[in-house]
Design a binder for this molecule. Sequence first.
Ligand code: IVH
Length: 664
Amino acid sequence: MKEIIEKVNILKEKLNKWGHAYYVLDNPVVDDAEYDKALNELINFEKKYPELLTQDSPTQKVGGVVMDKFEKYKHKLPMLSLSNAFNKDDLINFDDQILKEIENKKYNFFVEPKIDGLSISLIYKNGILFKGVTRGDGFYGEDVTSNVKTIKSIPLSISDKNDYVEIRGEVFLSKKEFEKINKQRQNNDEELFANPRNAAAGTLRQLDSSIAASRNLDAFLYYFMDREKFHTHSDSLNYLEEMNFKINNLGKICNSIEEVYSHIEYIQSQRENLEYEIDGVVIKINDFDLYEKVGYTAKSPKWAIAFKFPAEVKETTLKNIFASVGRTGRITYNASLEPVQIAGTTVQAATLHNADFIIQRDIRIGGKVKIKKAGDIIPEVIAPIQNEEYIKLKKWTEDIICPECNSNLERVDGEVDQYCINSQCPRKIVRGLEHFVSRDAMNIEGLSIKIIEKLFESKFINNVADIFKLKKFQKELIQLDKMGEKSVNNLLESIEKSKQNSLEKLFFGLGIRHVGKKTAKTLAINFKSIDEISKLGFDQLDQINDIGPIVAKSVCDWFEIEQNLNLIKDLKELNVNMIYLGNEGTKNNDKITMKSFVITGTLSKPRNYFKDLLEEFGAKVIDTVSKKTDFLLAGKEAGSKLEKAEKLGIKILSEDDFLEMIGE
Ligand code: IVH
């Protein structure tokens, strides 16, 4: 046995070293075959002698853990965000603010790329990776440890054996991986990710960790939380590097804002060549000793700032303009483009919004246009380039019939958009079904748009109630191409499960015009069942906080259409739940229930604590103060929201007032 233990240890050591060389240093020392051979050898040993399998074994990188859901995890210290700078003046201002706080003491900056991914907190206990947690709302994140463990460049064990070590950084997908995943998704008729960040977020939140393992997430670490240990940020990065973490190599110490600015320009010039996406540059004071002196605002440290790059603009040829129909019948126009690289991804299509947008800018098919891609927004055509050739091109005119059902397009209530008003338009029905099964609505897995189209065309489903009748056709569904037995069974299971959803998911899924997720929830919390909601008149609806006359009218109108009432009847007969099942609004307090609250300033507990509490009483918690706000719960150092509430004469509660109000 001693010999086997030794062999296993040698294998682990070798694999860790090779993995670090490959994934962190980008400098492989053996070929893939040799790595795989050693890994398989180790897997076999661990199968035969399970007692030798340790949590930090390199075999743990392959995933395979399947979770029901991710647990919430409270951050030891909140994960803050950074305030933004957009130009040199903003940087000078940032420097001036620091100078004010530290009485002219000398200091340097550390300037590094702002990685466009998602922040992660890694906790190691006694040298072993214990947790990987997302940022969440800054106070509570999601425990995504099973997926974080599959990230090859994150070590499962480190040489720092302290009982608690926390390191923060950014999880991302390289541009290459992103393109690869999207290509696969295209082949499987799955919806494409808009950009590497969305793809990374989608991957990190996969409940099956083998999916995360297969997608090659990566991570740069940039924040060692125990600042006592070092004097400077750059020293702490060196330490992280020594512990085999992946550190970005474009970071640099700069002595003045001038130097900072020229390094920003350098990083920006490298942006296209980088293998990963960046959306700016982060500038931090390098001296840890000054952090506390310089201090924090409620949301972000004053010792750091994010310089955001402007959106990239490129020129390309607009090949054609297509109209498409959404679930409400709204027509949107898109352009197909000569492929062009923007911020590292290939763009072949861009939105043109509506007919007015195209006409006002006089965009013409065949001409050159400027394209912009900002953040996660899909690329947008900004304007045509009006050269000699452009003038020769034909002026574009708007479509007058629906591209799907050929019925006439109309403009409703003076809106800029054109609508297909045919209730039987096949595209509208398909898009409506897609909305009904979407995650925020009924969350039925396995009904991609392609499958919905197929089921619609083969007449299995024509409205949302038909989805719940699919179980009668199990055999026929298996025969449909690309739908194997397993996927059909999973789909039917997911459909059955969705029948138990709480009311707000169904209500949102119905696709009533102007009823978003939030409105659906407000109505569900306050009225508890669809029967009660259907009885409400316009005035009752209009009186509710957050619900204006447009929404109120739309809800009333919906319940007046016989087809809709029949649909509700059908769904009831199919045992779809129509009752609110959450615990928000379960407590009653006349002063709080159905009132709207804004929370601001620093309270004795995280804001989410107060939000949850308020929601249990059926109150609405919103972000901005307006005339409709009933109360402002204001903690210490409340700023502009307090001022605005005072101006509007809104009742202001201290934490003590509030606790008294709820009887605590
Ligand atoms: S430092 C106290 N450095 O940008 C905040 N953040 O709003 C410490 N990010 O949420 C963050 N690259 O997720 C820092 N090199 C970098 C970064 C970086 C990306 C993200 C981070 C944060 C957001 C800033």
